[in-house]
Design a protein around this ligand. Structure first.
Ligand code: UD1
Length: 340
């Protein structure tokens, strides 16, 4: 049976992907440094799949330890690399942390893969590489714009590193550019668990509904969009996790058309912040306390994916609705807070 290394496998997207990998028959080993995840996530994964993934708690910056890891696990056939820092504001405050965590560790990991003949590498990228798009929906051919933050820049640089390496080595890689992942596993065993005050919209919504936060701030209602609030492409975390399995199988069966491929992973549909709030209220029957405040610096007005390439090439399509995603996010929040 094929063994897949999932770095950052206890995190939000990583944990859901481990579940989908196990469901598809893969063995998994997780590397996580617990900087933004809890070891309890392993129980959640095990409860869903009936199988406990291997876990090695280590920091990918520790080169020696990473090398030791690969000495121990000699049967890895593919890597899905999630481990990275992802707070846009923090990356502006502390750029070197982001370049070291996101770019430095990618280089170490790829060196190990290259040295050990591990050829299949899936990379966790973001629609942030498109910046403020010139036209919508956005295709993979759209120009990569100057990054708006060091975080965004690390995703751009990482893709360039992968493209350069794939040109000259046996490594084949797929970069998945995520739009906005939301929701939780339908079992409510795993979900998004941000430390401190959530920066992202949906955890802030569910924490407000749970009474952990008093009020949601909607950042601006004067954008040139139908209701004035920003538009994003919100994708159910289970759809997103499934895309990784499909991409991995494409590499393992050598169906990839190029050595380095890029796919947008979104729904193709844009929703405004106010629409998300309305959908949450409809999905849960709750009334959300929110107010309109000033725009948040750095926010893009509108972005949603053209998913034609992922649909036709990968044979993958998001199938769950935004309401499903929001109600699963709420079920998870209730479970975390002990609400009936
Ligand atoms: C951001 C990053 C993205 C990163 C993702 C995960 C940018 C342009 N995008 O996505 O690259 O992968 O975070 O960390 O930097 N909003 C509110 N109130 C809130 C929170 C958010 O109104 O309390 C609004 C925002 O203004 C935005 C939308 O909700 O319009 C989504 O925000 P968020 O969940 O933070 O995601 P992005 O900024 O799209």
């Amino acid at each position: 049976m094929k063994k897949i290394l999932v770095t950052g496998g206890l995190g939000y997207i990583g944990s859901h992907t481990v579940v989908e990998l196990q469901k598809a028959g893969f063995k998994t080993v997780i590397i996580d440094d617990l900087s933004n995840a809890s070891v309890d996530v392993l129980d959640g994964i095990t409860n869903i799949t009936g199988e406990r993934p291997d876990l090695e708690i280590l920091d990918l910056k520790e080169k020696e330890a990473v090398s030791e890891f690969f000495n121990k696990y000699t049967d890895i056939t593919g890597v899905i690399h999630f481990a990275a820092s992802k707070a846009v504001g923090e990356s502006v405050e502390n750029p070197l942390l982001y370049y070291e965590n996101n770019v430095g560790t990618l280089v170490y990991l790829l060196k190990e893969c290259s040295d050990r003949g591990i050829k299949n590498f899936i990379f966790s990228s973001s629609c942030t590489v498109y910046g403020q798009p010139d036209s919508l929906p956005i295709t993979e051919d759209a120009p990569v714009k100057p990054a708006l933050s060091p975080y965004g820049n690390t995703k751009q640089i990482s893709e360039e590193i992968l493209a350069d390496l794939c040109n000259v080595s046996d490594i084949r890689s797929i970069s998945l550019r995520y739009f906005n992942p939301i929701g939780a596993h339908e079992s409510a065993e795993i979900g998004e668990l941000p430390l401190g005050v959530p920066q992202n919209l949906v955890p802030f919504i569910t924490q407000t509904a749970a009474g952990v936060r008093e009020q949601l701030s909607v950042f601006g209602d004067d954008y040139p969009t139908p209701d004035g609030s920003c538009v994003r492409d919100y994708i159910h975390i289970e759809d997103l996790a499934e895309a990784h399995v499909v991409a991995l199988k494409r590499l393992l069966s050598e169906e990839n058309k190029e050595r380095f491929e890029i796919f947008n992973i979104g729904t193709g549909k844009g929703s405004s912040v106010l629409e998300v709030i309305r959908s949450f209220e409809e999905a849960t029957g709750l009334k959300l306390n929110y107010k309109i405040v000033d725009r948040r610096p750095g926010d893009v007005t509108k972005v949603y994916a053209d998913t034609t390439k992922a649909n036709s090439e990968l044979g993958w399509k998001a199938s769950r609705s935004i309401k499903d995603a929001l109600s699963s996010a709420w079920e998870w929040e209730k479970q975390v807070r002990g609400i009936d």
